[in-house]
Ligand binder design. Structure first.
Ligand code: URP
Ligand code: ZN
Ligand code: ZN
Length: 465
């Protein structure tokens, strides 16, 4: 099967130019000005952008968490992702306390086998226990399977939180194996004290979620993780950065030339802490962690994206239904499952409020959602590029297509949308994954099962096959 994408504005992280892209099988095989080549399918991209498919490095699909399980499986989540222009994702495989890494990986392989993805999927290994379940030797073997990043949580005490010993040992193994360490940076011990105090004082509404996780708990943990990873010689990636207190230590480390990267997510760019003031049935939608912050942090986040202090925007898609899952915490904010949905709308929001609003260029959008992700997570140049030899993961993006974001039309199983009613201009017209059209306008064209497991390269290494 061959596809010729004609006359679009090809936008990569480095440049923009008008051209044709010829796809032969799964790969991009020719790029040129006016290619005179026969193809099975021709896509007219005049007036549209031709960009590398977005990659989401932070999702929680079918994850048992907070007393329930996230409500998207690998079919529904990847269909939703595809409609938003995302052609690969990397999900967190969780080692449950007491479990071996082998058992954790097998559980996640079973999930993609049972609910087949429509886009490509890789895994990170989330480490929760190096005492009873996982050994350092087994952890060192995980990257051999193409799972080349370790994640640790410095919060969620009593559930998945690890202590500094585990964080530091994980960093040391990563320094040896070439894995990237990812960290959820919040001081879980301090938050635990604040939550218990609030509940004892009868403070049970959603707004206490933010009040008990103040920005300084994120800033302190971010700095601690940076120092410990540096001491161990491991590269570090700080997930879901939400506030100035966390941006600052990342900026300092990068200034020093340390291997420290950070991401933020749309929910921190567009939603602030006042969303939690609403009554439970509305406020509970905004219970994700870190919590929505005071509004002034949003400008700090945009600036950090502009200056490359933060280099990636992920979604942290972690969907729980409002009608019967968030309700687990009615009367006690600490029992509301933490997480919000967002896998489908990352590109819509960033294009409209970032590119159209003049905050950054289309190239920078491509860099933050695709190329940088591919580079940091061992997927480049197979993914994240419009280049000869790269996978034909291509989005034909229509910068004029209008969309009103709504739960009624989204493809996730979740029953609300954090951006309900937001009007955006710019949306995918056609989405290809490895040369196959997956989404065309409003239609899902490919069947679940087209997606493949992604064996990623180690940090700093290239992936070509
Ligand atoms: O609230 C969130 N973000 N839930 C998912 C787990 C995590 O902390 O990323
Ligand atoms: Zn987290
Ligand atoms: Zn997360």
């Amino acid at each position: 099967m061959s596809v010729l994408i004609k006359g679009g504005l090809i936008v990569t992280a480095a440049k923009e130019y008008i051209g044709d892209v010829f796809v032969d099988g799964e790969k991009i095989s020719l790029i040129g000005e006016s290619l005179d080549v026969a193809a099975d399918q021709v896509i007219d991209a005049t007036g549209k952008y031709v960009i590398p498919g977005a990659i989401d490095p932070h999702t929680h699909i079918e994850l048992p968490f907070g007393g329930t399980t996230t409500c998207d499986d690998f079919t529904s989540a990847t269909v939703a992702a595809a409609f938003g222009g995302t052609t690969s994702l990397v999900d967190f495989c969780f080692q449950m306390p007491g479990q071996s890494f082998r058992a954790a990986l097998d559980t996640w392989y079973e999930k993609i086998d049972r609910c087949k993805p429509v886009i490509d999927v890789g895994f990170h290994m989330a480490i929760t226990d190096l005492h009873d379940g996982g050994t350092l030797e087994d952890l060192a073997r995980v990257p051999d399977e193409g799972v080349t990043s370790y994640k640790v949580f410095m919060a969620y005490k009593g559930a998945v939180m690890v202590d500094d010993e585990t964080l530091f040992k994980t960093c040391r193994v990563a320094a040896e194996t070439g894995a990237l360490v990812m960290v959820h940076a919040e001081n879980g011990d301090v938050i635990d004290v604040l939550v218990k105090e609030a509940l004892a004082e009868g403070k049970t509404e959603p707004k206490w979620h933010a009040a008990t996780r103040p920005p300084i708990t994120e800033g302190e943990a971010t700095n601690r993780a940076i120092q410990l990873a540096h001491l161990a010689g491991a590269p570090l990636y700080v997930v879901h950065v939400s506030c100035k207190e966390s941006i600052e230590p990342i900026a300092r480390a990068r200034q020093e030339g340390w291997r420290v990267m950070g991401e933020t997510c749309p929910q921190y760019l567009f939603i602030d802490e006042t969303a939690l003031d609403a009554p439970f049935s509305e406020g509970a939608k905004y219970i994700y962690t870190p919590p929505p912050r005071p509004k002034e942090n949003q400008e700090h986040l945009w600036d950090a994206l502009g200056s490359d202090v933060l280099s990636i925007v992920s979604t942290d898609h972690c969907p729980f239904r409002i009608k019967d899952q968030k309700t687990l915490g009615e009367g006690d904010f600490s029992k509301i499952p933490n997480g919000g949905p967002g896998i489908e709308n990352r590109m819509h929001l960033l294009h409209h409020f970032g590119v159209n609003a003049g905050r950054f260029s289309m190239s920078r959008l491509v860099e933050m959602t695709s190329t940088n992700v591919a580079k940091q997570f061992g997927l480049y140049p197979k993914k994240g590029a419009i280049a000869v030899g790269s996978d034909a993961d291509i989005v034909v993006w229509d910068p004029k297509r209008e969309l009103t974001i709504s739960a009624a039309t989204q493809h996730s199983n979740v029953d609300y949308n954090l951006y309900e009613g937001t009007e955006v201009t710019g949306s995918p017209a056609v989405v290809l994954v490895r040369g196959k059209v997956v989404v065309e306008g409003e239609s899902l064209v490919a069947k679940p099962g087209h997606g493949q497991f992604l064996k990623r390269a180690r940090f700093g290494e290239e992936l070509t096959a």
